[in-house]
Design a protein around this ligand. Structure first.
Ligand code: PRT
Ligand code: ZN
Length: 210
């Protein structure tokens, strides 16, 4: 019998909830922090622990059959995968924010301005759709401090509680996308019997939580 592979985040915001979901599905596996791959003893499945950014491509390329990752990461990597199930955790929004004293108050105010982000692909599509001409400054982290340092006029970053924006003197004024963790598979994988079995188990865990 073939063995499926599912890729989940190795450490970070989605790791714990992903492990908990799989355990609640009745899957039995060791969750050592040091291992990158863990076999499930009571289902033909192996769990791959990866950086979240790599998960969409691994699934697209068929190295993993399934993956659990935020919609924001899937959109940003611009892969072609099948969305199999929304998972109801890891909820956040990608928002554009400016400093509290900024004279930018709406989207049109961004024309000719610069926006720092770690999500250049999503932001670029959004600006095109809204017909805004702004310069995107791609940085790899700590986006929130860039207006204060004079690196950009605005930022585009993930927000959950809003506490990080607030403590950096920023206010959000536009929603770019909302996101949650989803189960993805390679295109056509929804027809696989084993994958169907797993999706059904996940759905009953989610229903029990309602
Ligand atoms: O190491 P690896 O590359 O795997 O992880 P990572 O550091 O890239 O991602 P990680 O673990 O931070 O986040 C994983 C996923 O969790 C994201 O891709 C989102 O889908 C989801 N998620 C949910 C969030 C947040 N909420 C969130 N608040 N990801 C990041 N944040 C950050 C945000 O960037 C900002 O710095 O938290 C800060 C804001 O939080 P609040 O609560 O102050 O608004
Ligand atoms: Zn990442």
């Amino acid at each position: 019998m073939k063995t499926l592979k599912i890729a989940i985040q190795k450490s970070g915001r989605l790791n714990e909830k992903s492990v908990e979901l799989l355990k609640n599905c009745g899957l039995s596996f060791e969750n050592y922090k040091s291992s990158l791959i863990s076999p499930v003893s009571n289902f033909p499945l192996e769990i791959l622990f990866l950086r979240d950014d790599d998960i969409p491509e691994y699934v697209q390329d068929g190295i993993a059959d399934l993956g659990i990752v935020g919609e924001n990461v899937i959109e940003e990597t611009e892969v072609s995968v099948a969305y199999l199930q929304r998972l109801g955790f890891g909820k956040c929004s990608l928002k554009i924010a400016v400093t509290n004293n900024s004279d930018i108050t709406d989207l049109s105010g961004l024309n000719g301005k610069s926006i720092a982000t770690t999500y250049p692909a999503i932001l670029s599509k959004f600006l095109k759709k809204e017909n805004i001409q702004a310069e995107i400054r791609t940085i790899s982290g700590s986006v929130e401090i860039s207006p204060g340092l004079g690196l950009s006029d605005a930022i585009c970053d993930l927000v959950s509680t809003g506490g990080t924006l607030k403590s950096n003197g920023l206010k959000p004024f536009a929603d770019v996308m909302s996101s949650e963790a989803v189960l993805i598979g390679s295109k056509g994988s929804e027809n696989d019997e084993l994958i169907q079995e797993l999706i059904q188990r996940i759905q009953s865990v989610l229903r029990a939580k309602e």
